[in-house]
Structures are given as C-alpha cells and as structure tokens.
Design a protein around this ligand. Structure first.
Ligand code: ADP
Ligand code: MG
Length: 204
C-alpha cells in the first residue's frame, strides 16, 4: 500500500489552499502582485476536478495533476508546481513506500531548481522544498516509518517557510523590491508548506 495516497494528497492540498487563499494573496500583495491565493485556488480546484479514478498509479495521478496545474495556475508558480508534479510522476511510477516518496520528492525539487534557477536562500518555494527533500532522504535512509518521515518533513517545511521572512528575494517578482522584500514571508514557501502538510494528512 502506498505511503501517501496521491489522490488524497491532491485533494488535501486543494482544501488547504482554499482555506488559506486569502492569506496567500495577502502575502503576495506585500511583495508581489496579490494573485498567489487565487492562482493556486483555481489550479488546485481544477486538479481535483481532473483526478483520475482510484485505479490510477501514483505516477498517473501525479502526471495528470502536473498537466492541469501548468495549464490553470498561471504566474511563476504554475509552471513550477507543474514541473514538481511532472518530475515527481516520472520518479514515483508505481512506487509506494516512503523511500520511493522521498526519491520522487527529490526529483520534483530538482525539476523546480532546473526550471526556476532559484537557490536556497533566494526567498522562494525552494526554501521549503529543499529542506523537506533533505529530511525525507535522511528519514527514509534511517528506516523511519512514513508517519515519522512526514512529521519531520512538516517541521522542516514550517521552519523553511518561517526563515523566508528575513531573506532578501533574489527570484521572481519579489526580487524587484530588493531590500524592501525583507520582513515578509514568501507566498510560494507558504503554499509549499501546505503541500507538505497535505502529504502528512494523506498518509494511509
Ligand atoms: P507571480 O509571481 O508570477 O505572480 P505567484 O504569485 O503565483 O506568481 O507565485 C509567486 C511565488 O513563486 C513566489 O512567492 C516564489 O515562492 C515562487 N517563485 C517565483 N519565482 C521563482 C523561481 N524562479 N524559483 C522558485 N520559486 C519561484
Ligand atoms: Mg503573484
């Protein structure tokens, strides 16, 4: 049985984005163009509507989700989340345990890095995805249960998200503000934390 139920993950992500849409948009209003909440709400709702049936493999669910996110989120974050799920899809295939999940998450991060060219410390979603990929690798290698691994991943995501407040943005719209971006939490790091919390909630 899969460590993380992919369909439940996508549904849970959409529900969390929906609940936090105003917060995501307010964060983006401070250092961007105030559309991150609506972008993500539109895209994740479309991903839920397009979910394949329960017979689909984790790779098929993830690939379908990627296509819809690329098509319907828009902004900088749409292609980045789309790339995350596309690379995740290729790496997970029919894999099911926490080692497969950790490997696929790393592949997703690598896709975001290749596409967006951000590095850790640039005040983006990478500041969440990168420490989470590291902690998942470590937990999986140490024989952690899926629950232990995802608990540690949520902790890493939240501290990565919180750390973006003090950072100066070097990628995306927020980088236009330079020093004035300091003191604001990054919207994409915030939505990426919701992605990790949703994975924790989608454990079987
Ligand atoms: P836009 O900036 O086009 O309006 P969104 O508001 O939907 O797009 O998303 C903004 C978020 O995208 C940022 O908070 C940041 O986390 C993320 N982001 C922007 N550019 C990059 C990049 N090059 N690499 C990684 N993440 C990025
Ligand atoms: Mg925006």
């Amino acid at each position: 049985m899969a460590a993380v139920d992919m369909r439940a993950w996508v549904r849970g992500f959409a529900a969390l984005v929906d609940a936090h849409a105003e917060e995501l948009t307010a964060l983006d209003a401070a250092i961007g163009d105030a559309d991150h909440g609506t972008n993500m709400q539109r895209g994740t709702a479309a991903a839920v509507a397009a979910l394949p049936d329960s017979e689909a493999t984790p790779g098929e669910v993830s690939k379908q989700t990627a296509m819809v996110l690329i098509r319907s989120v828009g902004g900088a974050s749409g292609p980045l989340y789309g790339t995350f799920f596309l690379r995740f899809a290729a790496a997970i295939g029919t894999g099911s345990d926490i080692t497969d999940f950790a490997r696929a998450f790393r592949a997703g991060l690598d896709g975001v890095l290749a596409r967006g060219k951000a590095e850790p410390g640039d005040k983006t979603m990478v500041d969440v995805l990168s420490p989470v990929a590291d902690v998942l690798d470590k937990q999986a290698a140490g024989g952690a249960s899926p629950e232990e691994a995802l608990d540690a991943a949520v902790t890493a995501a939240e501290s990565g998200r919180d750390a973006t407040t003090a950072m100066l943005a070097r990628k995306g719209r927020a980088s236009y503000l330079a020093e004035r971006s300091v003191g604001h939490q990054d919207p994409g790091a915030t939505s990426a934390t919701l992605l990790v919390i949703a994975a924790r909630e989608a454990l079987q």
